[in-house]
Design a protein. Sequence first.
Length: 391
Amino acid sequence: MNGTTTLILGGGSGGIVTAHTLRTLLPQEHKIVLVDKRNAFYIGATKTWVMMGMRTPQEVTRSLDALKRRGIEVMHTSVKSIDPAKREVVTGNGVLRGDYLVIALGADLNMGAVQGLEPAAHTFYTMDGAMRLRDTLKRFSGGHIVLLIPRVPIKCPPAPYEAVMLLHYAFKMSGLLGKTRLSVYTVEPAPMPTAGPEMGKFISGLLDERGIALHTSKRTQSVDVARRLIRFEDGSEVRYDLLIAVPPHEAPRAAKESGLTNQSGWIPADPKTLQTAADRVYAIGDVSVIPLPGRYKPDAPLVLPKAGVFAEAHGKVVAGQIAAHVLGKAPSEVFDGKGFCYIETGDSHAVRGDGDFYATPHPRITSRAPDLMQFQEKEAWVESFMKTYVT
Ligand SMILES: Cc1cc2nc3c(=O)[nH]c(=O)nc-3n(C[C@H](O)[C@H](O)[C@H](O)COP(=O)(O)OP(=O)(O)OC[C@H]3O[C@@H](n4cnc5c(N)ncnc54)[C@H](O)[C@@H]3O)c2cc1C
C-alpha cells in the first residue's frame, strides 16, 4: 500500500499511545496525524496530587509537541465534526481525510447537567479545578465536606474514594479532623460497582475505618448554592460547607453527532479490536463503550470502566490492528480486558487492584492491603508513562 494517513482524534492517554505505537510499527511514508485542541498532556492520576499540593501542575504536565520529534504530525485544533463513512474530519484548521481514523476524544465534563451544581461545586476532575480546590483547601478551617458523585459513568471510578481518603489524612495531619466531617454521596449502589461486591466492601471498609460516611444510591436532583444544600431524587437533603463533585460525563459533541454512538451516549467498539460500526474507524478509551461478557446480577449488564490504563491498552491494540492492515499481515494483538489501578489511601500508601474484566461469570479483581510499596509503584507507573510517550 502507498503511504497511508492515520488520523488520531484526541491526544490524551489513548491518542498518544496509539500515535507512538503506530510510529514504531510503520515506516515514515505512512503519515500519522494527531489532533487535539490542547497542547498540554497530564495523566489523570496526577490531579489528586495537584489538589493535595503534592505536585505542581508544571511538574506533571508535558507538551504534545514532544511527539513531533518522533515523526508524528501534531495539530492543535478543535475537532468539529466527523464523517465516519468518508473518514473525514472537519477541524478548526480545515478538513482532514484519513485511511484510518481513531476516535480518542475522551469524555466531556458537564457540571451544567445537574441544576445548581456548577456554581456550587469544586472538582478535582480537571487540572484547573484541582488547582482551585487546592487553594480553597488551604483556607478551609473545618465543616462538612461532601464528595458528590451525581451521575455515572465516570472515569476512574476509584478516584473519588481516593480523594476523600487523601483529604482525611491531610486533615489528620493538620489537626483539622476534629472540626471536619467527611461524607460521600453517590448514585452508585456501592463503590466501584463494576469491580464487584467484594471490592465495594473493601472500599466501604477503608472509609468506615476513617469515619467517612458513605451514602449510596443517591441520585442528585439539584443543588441550592445559596442554602448550601443538595437535594436527592428520593426526597432527602444534605447541607454542606464545602462541596466537591465529580462532574457528569458525556461524549464530546463531535463524537455524539458522528452517528456512531448508541443509546448509552458513547461509541460502541468491538471488545477485542476496538473497531466501530464504520470500516477502519476505531473508538478507544473513555469515548468508547464496551460490553462485558460477565455480570454479578442476571439483570444488570456491565460495561468496561473508563480508565487511562484501558485507553493505553486500547491504543496499543489499535496501532497493531492498523499496522497489520497497512502491511498486509495478520494482527497479532487483541484487547484482553485486563487492567490495574492504584487507589491511594493517605500517608503515602496505596492499594493496587488488578482486574480481569472479560472474566466470567463476572469480572475478577484482586488486591492487597495498602502499603508504601504500592504507592511507590504508582509513582513509577506515572513516571514511566510520561518518559515513554511524551518526553
Ligand atoms: C482525578 C482522576 C484520577 C484518575 N486516575 C486514574 C488512575 O489512577 N488510573 C487510570 O487508569 N485512570 C485514571 N483516570 C482516568 C484517565 O485519566 C482517563 O480514563 C484517560 O485519560 C482516558 O484517556 P482517553 O485518551 O480516552 O481520554 P483523555 O485522556 O481525556 O483524552 C481526550 C483528549 O481529547 C481532546 N479533545 C476532546 N474533545 C476534543 C475536540 N472536540 N477537539 C480536539 N480535541 C478534543 C482532549 O483535549 C483530550 O486531550 C483518572 C481520571 C481523573 C479525572
